[in-house]
Design a protein around this ligand. Structure first.
Ligand SMILES: Cc1cc2nc3c(=O)[nH]c(=O)nc-3n(C[C@H](O)[C@H](O)[C@H](O)COP(=O)(O)OP(=O)(O)OC[C@H]3O[C@@H](n4cnc5c(N)ncnc54)[C@H](O)[C@@H]3O)c2cc1C
Length: 461
């Protein structure tokens, strides 16, 4: 059979599914995507795109509120028009979903808007259609985890997917959960003008992240007026007319106008026929895959949040592409999670790539570390901020860049220099010899590299 006759059926039209569809179509396959909730998936319609759009507005508010120090008189405190903000966000998400539909259509990808199920390793049924395929990709994503005793009502007790239906900004927002999603929304709503209480079951916010970065963000949150309750596990959340009451495991209560629940995700794998098709799931219900996205059943691949590998749109998209390259006989690099750049879109942002400080401290990786505070960066002084740093990790023997952490406004853009250095196995010396613009925040990256060139006894390791 020629490659152009391969039939591919994809369950789920988020980044895992639609990016795979584009690759497969470009390679000449006959591709069908089945999606129930809208192309672009939760990523475009409810999660990544809406949250980052909200954060753009909150960043603008931060700038406006700092403008006094920059010599600008705004004539009072800037305020947010919630209806306009939420309309902008939902319009933008819908427009992006439409763009994806247009791209798929231009590549002759067939789209079935229906809920689909596996009816075997080579068959999907959806909306009365039975699709037979040479290969199937499952990319059904995940949904917010709901705590028993804290069921959302869509009005005041909310998952992040319900925020954009509100008509006003929460006056007094309690965010339960201090992982990436909780920290991002707590940061954004604080800047937008809400009073924010962040309920964290752990010692500090962002417990999985670089400790220096997490401590810095927690200090910034507190300094800006957020109440951060550490070691405080939420046991239940209930409505009391127009208030919400969060009861903590130790019996304390916190009250606010709204409660946002950000306590993780569960995979959408329960009712799609994985069991019947013999596809192995782990104990959390995530589909088990290898580094080229193969499941336990030949010809069935899986990508994205339903695999729980690393819940990022960029990873979902790469898993989907890798699956298609693999099944269509292209050369393929297995997924390299150690090379994924990620950002937490708090203010300031936290961007990371490569090895972690935790692995270095645990002795799993030998590395030299150089951390430079942004407070000494000339561009940061001009822009009027001082919270942030650049941290670089290099191999003690060769000086090769192993990764880094950047905490700064737009760290998501700055981290690329570290990613490129790592990907291309550049040394600190090569990075240091690269011109950075003066003045620029990226100047701190090359300066950290210069400092790593300095002789220290461990340079000899
Ligand atoms: C608040 C928030 C912010 C985020 N921000 C970022 C970010 O800044 N950067 C980043 O990289 N990642 C971010 N993420 C993560 C990112 O959104 C996910 O990793 C990404 O959406 C995963 O893509 P996916 O294709 O696996 O699933 P999804 O985007 O969830 O898409 C799955 C699709 O499958 C469909 N589907 C499910 N079951 C069926 C069925 N039975 N039949 C038919 N269709 C079905 C759904 O309708 C949906 O359209 C964020 C996540 C959250 C929660």
């Amino acid at each position: 059979m020629s490659l152009s006759r391969q039939k591919i059926a994809i369950l789920g039209g988020g980044p895992g599914g639609y990016e795979a569809a584009l690759v497969a179509a470009q390679l000449g396959a006959d591709v069908t995507v089945v999606d129930s909730d809208g192309l672009g998936g939760a990523c475009v319609l409810t999660d990544c795109v809406p949250s980052k759009s909200l954060i753009e507005t909150s960043n603008a508010m931060t700038l406006l509120n700092r403008s006094d120090g920059l010599g600008i008189a705004t004539g009072g405190l800037a305020t947010v028009n919630a209806a306009r903000l939420y309309n902008r966000i939902t319009d933008l998400a819908r427009a992006q979903s439409k763009d994806i539909a247009a791209r798929l259509s231009a590549e002759n990808v067939r789209v079935i808007a229906a809920e689909g199920h596996l009816a075997g390793p080579h068959t999907i049924t959806a909306g009365g259609t039975r699709l037979e395929a040479d290969a199937i990709l499952i990319a059904t994503g995940a949904r917010p985890r709901i705590l028993p005793g804290a069921e959302p009502d869509g009005e005041r007790i909310l998952t992040w997917r319900q925020l954009y239906d509100l008509t006003e900004l929460p006056r007094d927002l309690i965010v339960v959960g201090s992982g990436v999603t909780g920290a991002e929304f707590a940061s954004a709503y604080l800047a937008l003008g809400s009073r924010v209480t962040l309920v964290s079951s752990r010692d500090r916010v962002l417990p999985q992240e670089d400790e220096d970065a997490a401590n810095l963000i927690e200090n910034v949150f507190r300094r800006r007026g957020m109440t951060v309750l550490s070691r405080s596990r939420a046991a239940s959340v209930r409505r009391d007319q127009d208030r919400v009451i969060v009861t903590l495991a130790d019996g304390r209560t916190v009250s606010g106008s709204h409660c946002l629940l950000t306590v993780g995700m569960i995979p959408r794998t329960e009712d799609i026929g994985c069991h019947e098709a013999g596809i192995a799931l782990d104990k959390g219900g995530f589909i088990e895959v290898d580094r080229v996205s193969r499941t336990s059943v030949p010809g069935v691949y899986a990508a994205g949040d339903c695999t729980g590998v690393l819940m990022l749109a960029s990873v979902a998209a790469m898993q989907g592409r890798v699956a298609m390259w693999h099944t269509l006989g292209e050369a393929v690099h297995p997924l390299r999670l150690g090379h994924v750049a990620a950002t937490i879109f708090t203010d300031p942002e936290i961007a990371t790539v490569g090895v972690s400080q935790r692995a270095i401290d645990a002795g799993e990786v030998m590395a030299r570390t150089q951390k430079l505070p942004l407070a000494t960066n000339p561009r940061a002084k001009m822009a009027g901020f001082r919270d942030g740093f650049v941290k670089l990790f290099t191999s003690p023997g060769t000086g090769v860049v192993l990764g880094g952490v950047i905490v700064a406004p737009r760290a998501s853009e700055l981290i690329l220099s570290v990613s490129v250095a790592m990907e291309q196995r550049l040394t600190a010396e090569e990075l240091a010899q690269t011109f950075a613009v003066y003045p620029s925040l990226s100047g701190s990256v090359t300066e950290a590299a210069r400092k790593l060139m300095e002789f220290t006894p461990d340079s000899l390791v």
